[in-house]
Design a protein around this ligand. Structure first.
Ligand code: ZN
Length: 426
């Protein structure tokens, strides 16, 4: 019989409120960045909650907070459950945080059930997912994945403090960064629950969803060359780069929309940028992301053909430079299955599958172990904003589903000590 009470959805929301007070911004706004005073304070508090849940805790070489509940014997490979505790500026109180606190509550439930597991459970509270301070996202999870790059030590924050110096100031030893890296053979997999940061679950009236993949973005800088000229130039003689770019940008939206991809043009510059001069050159950005890399890359080819057509008709010329490329991280069929099983256990017999348009720690962890993710409905799809909101009912469902998912992994894992009788999902 257990002496531990399990943390309820209401208590988790209270904990989210409490963590929201650890902020470097005044007036109730939330900002918590990597290697800051607030980072240390939340690590200390969350570590206390991890210990109350039955875990042994430590801070790893990258400042990630880890908690571990051993399986039926010491030192077994671990199923990682995680998300992040850092935030963007003027953040909401659930992005990342809810995933960490839910994972702790699920470990607490399993621990208090007295059930022995064929693997260890670890909660990882990643220290830097958003990249707010140093402009580079996933620093915490990249350290854990062992994909840290030495050139990052020279990154500087807005005050000119290098990442290396920030490590030293925080009491971490940059030369030990490799200690944060986990080896694939130490891991069973990685599960993350996270608010959706989009409106798709709400639109379908679903509390929870299973993530198929985390989209990888390709980014381009596209330049359209025309000829600058006096605004008195007749239309048939104009080679207006901005009119061509406008055509192209609308076509990009149309093409991506019909292919159910996300294309965003968020930056545009015009030369010579004068009220009475026909634009001779326009530069604009394109961020293209999709559920699968193959589909994303096929649409990029369609967009290039469209650019050529428009430029031919308007006697323009175009070129592009790729400025960023990341592959999509696919959730494994097995862990998609356990998340779906978990959602079914809450009464939703047709779990909705969706891909993540935003990046997550799971992308980095996917380099070393299989990943699965569950999304929780957030109001209006609003995130990275103080209005970010989830309901207590949805959090309660998320806890049940995540616990059932972890137990589904247990059922799916051959137990070397007891190979014949896996216990049913409770
Ligand atoms: Zn997040």
């Amino acid at each position: 019989m257990s002496v531990l009470a399990s943390t309820s959805a209401a208590e988790i929301l209270e904990r989210c409120d409490r963590l929201a007070t650890f902020s470097s911004l005044p007036d109730g706004l939330i900002q918590r960045v990597y290697l800051s005073k607030e980072h240390r304070e939340v690590n200390d508090l969350v570590a206390e909650w991890m210990r109350q849940a039955g875990m042994r805790t430590w801070q790893d070489a990258a400042g990630n907070l880890c908690g571990r509940l051993e399986g039926r014997e010491q030192g077994l490979p671990a199923l990682l459950l995680g998300s992040h505790l850092d935030t963007v500026p003027s953040a909401g109180r659930y992005d990342g945080i809810l995933g960490v606190l839910s994972a702790i509550a699920v470990v607490e439930r399993i621990h208090s059930s007295g059930r022995e597991l064929p693997f260890a459970l670890e909660v990882v509270a990643f220290a830097d997912e958003e990249g707010t301070r140093f402009g580079r996202a996933l620093l915490g999870s990249r350290a854990l994945a062992g994909t840290w790059e030495d050139e990052w030590w020279a990154l500087e924050d807005e005050h000119g403090v290098s990442l290396r110096q920030a490590y030293l100031d925080f009491g971490l030893d940059p030369s030990r960064i490799g200690d944060a890296a986990r080896r694939p053979e130490e891991l069973v997999g990685y599960l993350e629950s996270h608010i959706e940061q989009g409106p798709y679950l709400e639109d379908e009236n679903k509390a929870l969803g299973v993530v198929s993949s985390i989209a990888g973005a390709r980014r381009f800088l596209i330049t359209i060359h025309g000829r600058a000229g006096h605004s008195g130039t007749p239309y048939e003689r104009r080679r207006d780069a901005l009119a061509g770019a406008s055509d192209a940008i609308l076509a990009i939206e149309r093409i991506a929309r019909s292919a159910q991809l996300i294309a965003t043009v968020g930056h545009l510059e015009v030369w010579p940028d004068a009220v009475n001069v026909i634009p001779g050159r326009v530069e604009f950005s394109l961020d293209l992301r999709g559920e699968y890399d193959s589909e994303r890359d096929r649409i990029w080819n369609v967009i290039q053909d469209m650019l050529s057509d428009i430029c031919r008709q308007r006697r323009l010329r175009w070129e592009s430079v790729q400025t960023h490329s990341a592959p999509a991280a696919s959730c494994s069929p097995r862990l998609k299955g356990v998340i779906s099983d978990g959602i079914r256990a809450t009464g939703d017999q047709r779990p909705m599958s969706l891909f993540s348009k935003a990046g997550h720690d799971a992308m980095a962890v996917a380099e070393i172990t299989e990943i699965g993710m569950m999304f929780i409905r957030c109001e209006g799809g609003v995130s990275h904003h103080p209005d970010e909101h989830v309901t207590e009912d949805d959090v309660a469902k998320a806890l049940d589903a995540f616990e059932a998912a972890v137990l589904a992994v247990v059922d799916d894992t051959p137990d070397p000590l007891d190979p014949v009788s896996p216990t049913p999902v409770g």
